[in-house]
Design a protein around this ligand. Structure first.
Ligand code: ADP
Ligand code: ASP
Ligand code: MG
Length: 420
């Protein structure tokens, strides 16, 4: 007997028929003698629908009273899907109970719309499991110290599932989704993408942080911190497939490098359209400039990603960086109003139509020439590189958004990722 956490994403919970299928699959696992906790997402489209209603009434604004209500609102999507799943399980003859995050309780900080889990109380859940029930816990949400409902950021149900698995010391966390594992890149963009049987935790962390939305990055961080065995697999196989076969399907996230079966130099390609580029041009080249620009940005709680400073000419330099697209106009306004006058810089330029494409692989540590192969392949396609950033196991480039798919496909081929 094992304690296993199943997570089902929005598409997997997308209709009553699909919820019935999830219930049948979960009941199969419970009948096999396992203790099962299920963490569902809201039915597909529901979170967007709810947040859209809020926007109709008042445009998004970064104030706490507004974002508190967004969390109050968006959390209902998961409450509905969880109750529906409990009803479906009960109708399959499987005792089951659903809890909202605050009922468990999943305690978080009070950063509405992007809260972080601080602790999870396992008492109630363990008592129900020991009484033979399947326990359903809403994904995406928790409660702060003042009893306010919080949410964990888009895609946050992955993180709920892994955090619950860590708290319950589960034997495994199975992330059921609408693809049958983690691929060399998004299979919706490159049809030749291949499923990876295993992917190292470090690579998964990079891929998630660089834009592969198959797993929310915080779920991978949790899995790494608490060594939660984690597998990504399909919820679209027939529910009654052999359980041993199902348990070995999909992609396993591994923690030991020698567990890694596929020792490719580059394991995957990630991309991200969520960033925008900002350049402060004609900045006097003297100590403290980076701090004056980026300090002001950080003080406004805006995260900066890729940064470059050009060589100086005539005592002046250009300073460019990327921010999330949602923070684009806020950052430009801030620089124009507060930073430019103090700096004596010439102007602020911006480009929101960029994207970041990254190659990821632990094999890059021991191979030279990987980045140059990337640059060559992009140049052969006539794609201009605007910014570059590297770390031990990844190289990212910022390019014009309109070349994103071309770049991803070209790199996928150049690194032989379509070859088994
Ligand atoms: P869920 O609703 O189950 O959480 P998501 O839509 O959040 O599902 O994540 C699954 C999607 O992630 C897939 O449909 C796929 O388009 C996308 N994706 C992006 N990169 C990858 C990748 N490397 N491997 C697999 N899927 C990926
Ligand atoms: N329902 C939430 C979202 O759409 C959380 C999730 O699906 O993981 O972002
Ligand atoms: Mg998701």
């Amino acid at each position: 007997m094992a304690l296993i956490v199943h997570k089902y994403g929005g598409t997997s919970m997308g209709s009553t028929e699909r919820i019935r299928n999830v219930a049948k699959r979960v009941a199969k696992w419970a009948r096999a003698g396992h203790q099962i906790v299920v963490v569902p997402s809201a039915m597909s489209g529901e979170t967007n629908r709810l947040l859209g209603l809020a926007k109709e009434l008042a445009p998004a604004k970064p104030d706490t009273t507004y974002s508190r209500e967004l969390d109050m609102l968006a959390s209902t999507g998961e409450q509905a899907s969880s109750a529906l799943l409990a009803i479906a399980l009960q109708s399959e003859g499987q005792p089951s109970v659903s809890y909202a995050g605050w009922q468990v309780a999943i305690k978080t900080n009070d950063a509405f719309t992007k809260a972080r889990i601080q602790s999870i109380d396992d008492e109630k859940v363990m008592a129900d499991l020991n009484a033979g029930k399947v326990v359903i816990i809403t994904g995406f949400q928790g409660v702060d110290d003042n009893g306010n409902i919080t949410t964990l950021g888009r895609g946050g149900s992955d993180t709920s599932a892994v955090a619950v698995a860590a708290a319950l010391k589960a034997d495994e966390c199975l992330i059921y989704t609408d693809v049958d594992g983690v691929y060399t890149t998004d299979p919706r963009v490159v049809p030749e993408a291949r499923r990876l049987h295993t992917v190292s935790f470090e690579e998964m962390l990079e891929m998630a942080s660089l834009g592969s939305k198959v797993l929310q990055i915080r779920s991978v961080e949790f899995a790494g911190k608490y060594k939660v065995p984690m597998r990504v697999l399909s919820s679209f196989t027939p529910w009654d497939i052999d359980i041993t076969e199902e348990a070995a399907s999909g992609t396993l996230i591994t923690f030991e490098e020698d567990e890694q079966m596929e020792q490719a130099v580059v394991s995957g390609i990630a991309f991200n359209r969520d960033e925008a580029k900002i350049s402060v041009v004609g900045v006097p080249d003297k100590p403290g400039i980076a701090y004056q620009i980026l300090g002001a940005v950080a003080d406004a709680n805006i995260e900066v990603d890729v940064i470059i400073q050009n060589l100086s000419k005539d005592g002046k330099t250009d300073f460019s960086f990327t921010v999330h697209r949602n923070d684009y106009s806020k950052t430009i306004d801030l620089l124009k109003e507060k930073v430019l006058p103090a700096l004596g810089a010439a102007e602020v330029l911006g480009d929101a139509k960029i994207c970041k494409v990254s190659i990821v692989g632990i094999g890059m540590r021991s191979h030279v020439g990987v980045a140059s192969k990337m640059f060559r392949s992009l140049s052969e396609e006539g794609i201009n590189i605007q910014m570059i950033s590297t770390s031990e196991i990844k190289t990212s480039v910022v390019i014009d958004e309109k070349y994103m798919e071309l770049a991803v496909r070209a790199l996928h081929k150049a690194f032989d990722l379509d070859q088994a």
